[in-house]
Ligand binder design. Structure first.
Ligand SMILES: [Zn+2]
Ligand SMILES: [Zn+2]
Length: 157
């Protein structure tokens, strides 16, 4: 895990797109336009191309999982392209096609994280459950849980 710093969110290293807002759908079903966010340190912003619907999203929306972030933008099966990169992110590039995982953040300091077993982290965040997900025009994700997908299998019509 990369150490986190407290650099302000305006220290975006890469270009950002000209959009000024992000549309998102809350768990309650209301569409809402939020001010677009810039990625903070260790984060990237992704222009969402698609986001799968999983049974877990329904559990979140139906309030069947404890302690969700409220309000929340559901959606943890995100595919899209990076359009902005926060400071301290290595190995990812603007324009890269990526996917985001359900496990959206780990603390980096608990004994599980230190042992490389981040899936058991004591203080995890989950995409679309305890941090905003991909049922939106863009999503902010922890770069440690963003994975390049390449261009193979991409439908170009
Ligand atoms: Zn799922
Ligand atoms: Zn941890």
């Amino acid at each position: 895990m990369a150490p986190r710093s407290s650099v302000a969110t305006d220290s975006v290293a890469a270009r950002t797109c000209a959009r000024s807002s992000v549309e998102r759908t809350h768990a309650c079903g209301n569409d809402e336009t939020q001010p677009d966010r810039l990625p903070g340190p260790g984060e990237v912003r992704i222009e969402v191309a698609a986001c799968g619907v999983c049974r877990t999203d329904l559990h979140v929306v139906d309030g069947e999982l404890p302690h969700p972030q409220v309000p929340i933008t559901p959606g943890h099966e995100i595919v899209g392209r990076i359009d902005a990169i926060g400071s301290g992110v290595n190995g990812l590039a603007v324009g890269q096609r990526v996917g985001v995982t359900w496990l959206g953040h780990t603390c980096g300091v608990c004994h599980y994280c230190v042992e490389g077993r981040q899936n058991l982290c004591d203080h995890p965040l989950f995409t679309g459950y305890t941090r905003d997900g991909g049922f939106a025009t863009s999503a902010i994700a922890d770069a440690d849980y963003v994975f390049p997908l390449g261009e193979v299998g991409l439908c170009l019509d």
